[in-house]
Design a protein around this ligand. Structure first.
Ligand code: ADP
Length: 509
């Protein structure tokens, strides 16, 4: 095998053989991003713009769908301008997106009939609870892999139909279209030619049967959502139409679509059962590949479609923790004991151990695997020797302990043993936390080289579809990993740490 440009350290320099590129759109909650990826999986250009959120009432979160679209197109233009790589050299486009957020628009005018309702929006919590109270939870879980919750799209769509003036009549007359953000973007980028989503996004709506790979008529009836609103559902790597010539002169094809967590899962090449990734952002998002089995969790985790590429579906268990990077921000903004979150690794590592001090950051309840929404956070084990460094260390450790609990729950549910954990996200740059995570889990923790794993993942999906890359093997060969952390902690120290943490958690409960 000859050395690649990657091996030579040239892949990220913008140097490439004048060939073609993949453009990846990452339509996130707080920003619209676009990156251009070369044949070695290196990023040669990128641009982004912030996206606003709107908070009309406490607990309600909306966004302007037109702003999302306009920002995404503006960034597509900007990145071409900055890089000099124009649409004639874009072989394919991939789109990854914030999941669950939903848009409903008028089929004739293309205008949204209401703002996008954001994934964080809690306005339909009562509706979701009513589904549970009426005894539908098990059936919903069996079909969709999800527990009824306001988080997923279904109750948000129902809310729009029930509360926006005239919406119900329009829906009954077949005059409305629904989409998650990927669908909204592809519809508009193709000049309205396609109304489509991919299996990973569909699997987060709570309307999609993840076993039959189709919208579920019983759930549609239960929520009173006409099928005519819904997009066609297809593979993450496939034909999503061409970008219209109004937007890009040479009309490249859109050939990859995936929800952001699944895109990053693919970007880490978690192709085999037992492979898992954890994104350490504001919160943490973990996915573990469970292969051909959609596992029913005994611990409140959700089953979802992890990968939908190459004619087969790989299922995944998904878990999240609410407060990860946000705990670091709290040290800075709430407590004021650090000035920069990047200093936390060094402060934590300045101590030989945690001195028995534990922070349980249950600021808004305990999530998986405990599920105690009313629990609140605690700092325990304080002595007169406890100072700023111990608290910072306890905060850093809390990210690893919480992830440990979720990952162990996943292993138990799936009857699978993790062999390595692939990590990305802002707080994955904290070397102390990553080493501690490897120590707790007893397996290697492997950083992504790039911070753009989501965009890279959907670029891979788009590129595979057009033969830009031949197969998964070629992608794996191109994938550059960052730092690797191997477990070093003595078993008795690990056991003592975990015991201290679980005692702290039980006090909070
Ligand atoms: P999101 O996509 O959720 O906005 P990012 O992946 O951009 O999150 O990560 C940002 C989060 O990571 C912030 O909450 C920040 O506090 C945290 N963070 C960033 N760098 C570090 C670091 N070196 N150590 C610990 N936390 C960090």
């Amino acid at each position: 095998m000859p050395l690649s440009l990657h091996d030579l350290g040239l892949a990220d320099t913008g140097f490439s053989f004048g060939g073609s590129y993949i453009m990846a759109l990452d339509s996130g909650t707080t920003s619209a991003r676009v990156v251009i990826v070369d044949e070695f999986g290196g990023i040669v250009a990128q641009a982004s713009r912030p996206i606003r959120s709107i908070y009309p009432h406490s607990g309600w979160v909306e966004q302007d769908p037109t702003e999302i679209l306009a920002s995404q197109i503006a960034v597509m233009m900007e990145v071409q301008f900055k890089s000099g790589i124009h649409s004639d050299r874009i072989a394919a486009i991939g789109i990854s997106n914030q999941r669950e957020t939903c848009v409903v628009w008028d089929r004739d005018s293309g205008q949204p009939i209401y703002n996008a309702i954001g994934w964080q929006c809690r306005r339909t919590a009562d509706r979701a609870e009513a589904l549970v109270a009426a005894g539908h939870a098990e059936a919903i879980r069996a079909k969709t892999g999800l527990m009824p919750d306001a988080y997923f799209s279904a109750t948000k769509i129902a809310w729009i139909l029930d509360n926006v003036s005239g919406a119900r009549e329009m829906a009954d007359a077949g005059r409305l279209m629904f989409g998650t953000i990927d669908t909204w973007l592809t519809y508009n980028l193709t000049g309205g030619l396609v109304h489509v989503t991919d299996y990973t996004n569909a699997s987060r709506t709570m309307l999609f049967n993840i076993h039959t790979l189709d919208w579920d008529d019983e759930l549609l009836e239960l929520l009173d959502i006409p099928r005519s609103l819904l997009p066609r559902v297809t593979w993450s790597s496939g034909d999503y139409g061409r970008v219209s010539s109004e937007i890009m002169t040479h009309t490249p094809p859109i050939t990859g679509v995936a929800g952001d967590q699944q895109a990053s899962f693919f970007g880490h090449c978690c192709f085999e059962p037992g492979q898992a990734k954890n994104t350490y952002g504001t919160g943490c998002f973990m996915l573990i590949n469970t292969g051909e089995r959609a596992v029913t969790s005994q611990q409140g985790l959700v089953a979802t479609i992890g990968i939908a590429e190459g004619g087969t579906v790989s299922y995944a268990l998904e878990g999240s923790i609410f407060h990860a990077g946000s705990t670091m921000q709290w040290l800075r903004d709430g407590l004021g004991i650090i000035s920069d979150v990047r200093d936390t690794a060094q402060i934590a590592a300045s101590l030989p151990d945690n001195g028995g001090c534990y922070l349980v950051p249950a600021f808004s309840g305990l999530g998986a695997p405990w599920w105690e929404p009313e629990a609140r956070g605690a700092l325990s084990g304080l002595t007169l020797a406890t100072g700023r460094a111990q608290i910072v260390r306890a905060a850093c450790e809390s990210l690893a302990y919480q992830s440990y609990d979720v990952l162990r729950a996943m292993e138990a549910d799936a009857q699978i043993t993790l062999d390595a954990l692939y990590v990305d996200g802002g707080a994955s740059r904290n070397e102390f936390i990553m080493q501690f995570q490897a120590d707790l889990l007893g397996i290697p923790v492997i950083q992504s080289e790039t911070q753009e794993t989501t965009a890279i993942g959907v670029a891979f999906l788009a590129g595979l579809s057009v033969g830009y890359w031949e197969d998964r093997e070629e992608i794996k060969h191109n994938l550059a990993h960052g730092q690797r952390f191997d477990p070093q902690m003595a078993p008795e120290v690990r056991a003592r740490n975990l015991d201290g943490w679980h005692q702290a958690v039980s006090r909070v409960r």
